[in-house]
Design a protein around this ligand. Structure first.
Ligand code: SF4
Length: 261
């Protein structure tokens, strides 16, 4: 079993062992993903499995992201069952527009996103992806044409911070680039401001400047940290600091939102 706890070596081949194993299912407002500028006022059937390839010490979803199959309750939901459930919900309420792959890292089982995403499109439903974006380029290119809106975490602009999380900054940048260059995919980005980790003006300026050079229409969410899981040695980000950093980002990007304040 890989470090992500979702993919396994079976007879020499890496397989998505957690395929179709669902731990969480809820109808969420689209603004909660967060997506601020894509179909506001709608909802999406949001689902999560278990596992993640990163180890963010502040992970609020650690009960599903940092566990394997024997440490969490899950049930099997095939792509067909998921899309049928979403279609029924859509028939009852047209504001329920699609499916969001979210909560843990959905791309540790990207094959499920691909299979369910294709079926969802055949049924006239949208696909929303919420990811940390730490995946190889081939995976992003495989799923990108199926994704109508994505929110990608850009947790830092420092290689060192990403190493601490078990990730890779260049991978995340590449993921954002591929999604942003996919004409059918709306892209928003989230940076959680963690005191002492990524709360310097320069770092937020670097993030916003890089995004602006890629595509000025990208929405950046600058959000407030709360102590969680293994990071309880500091308080929440001061609200005033989140607003200050959002103003720094606005020097580069026209659409910057604050969150968790
Ligand atoms: S990438 Fe997201 S789900 Fe994974 S550990 Fe970090 S915060 Fe948790």
């Amino acid at each position: 079993m890989g470090r992500c706890r979702a993919r396994a070596n079976v007879g020499g081949e890496v397989r998505p062992a957690a395929y179709g194993r669902i731990t969480s299912l809820a109808v969420d407002p689209i603004e909660k993903k967060p997506l601020a500028c894509w179909n506001p006022g709608t909802t999406v059937l949001s689902l999560g499995g278990y596992g993640c390839n990163l180890r963010c010490p502040w992970c609020q979803n650690h009960r599903i992201s940092q566990v394997g199959e024997s440490e969490v309750g899950w049930r099997e939901l095939t792509p067909e069952q998921l899309v049928s459930m979403a279609s029924d919900l859509h028939k009852r309420d047209a504001r329920m527009v699609g499916i969001a792959y979210t909560y843990n890292e959905p791309l540790v089982c990207w094959e499920y996103v691909r299979d369910a995403g294709a079926l969802a499109h055949e049924s006239g439903l949208s696909n929303v992806l919420v990811t940390a974006g730490c995946v190889s380029e081939g995976v992003v290119r495989e799923v990108a044409p199926l994704i109508d809106a994505a929110n990608v975490d850009l947790k830092s602009f420092s290689d060192e911070t990403y190493r601490m999380l078990g990730g890779d900054l260049s991978c995340v940048k590449q993921c954002i680039e591929v999604l942003a260059r996919t004409p059918t995919c709306h892209v928003e980005v989230t940076t959680l401001v963690v005191p002492g980790v990524n709360d310097a003006n320069d770092e937020i300026a670097d993030i916003a400047g890089w995004l602006a050079a890629l595509d000025e229409s990208i929405v950046l969410h600058v959000t407030r940290f709360f102590p969680s899981w293994r990071m309880v040695d500091r308080g929440p980000t001061p609200v005033s600091r989140v607003y200050e950093l959002a103003d720094v980002a606005r020097r580069y990007l026209p659409r910057v939102r604050v969150g968790n304040c």
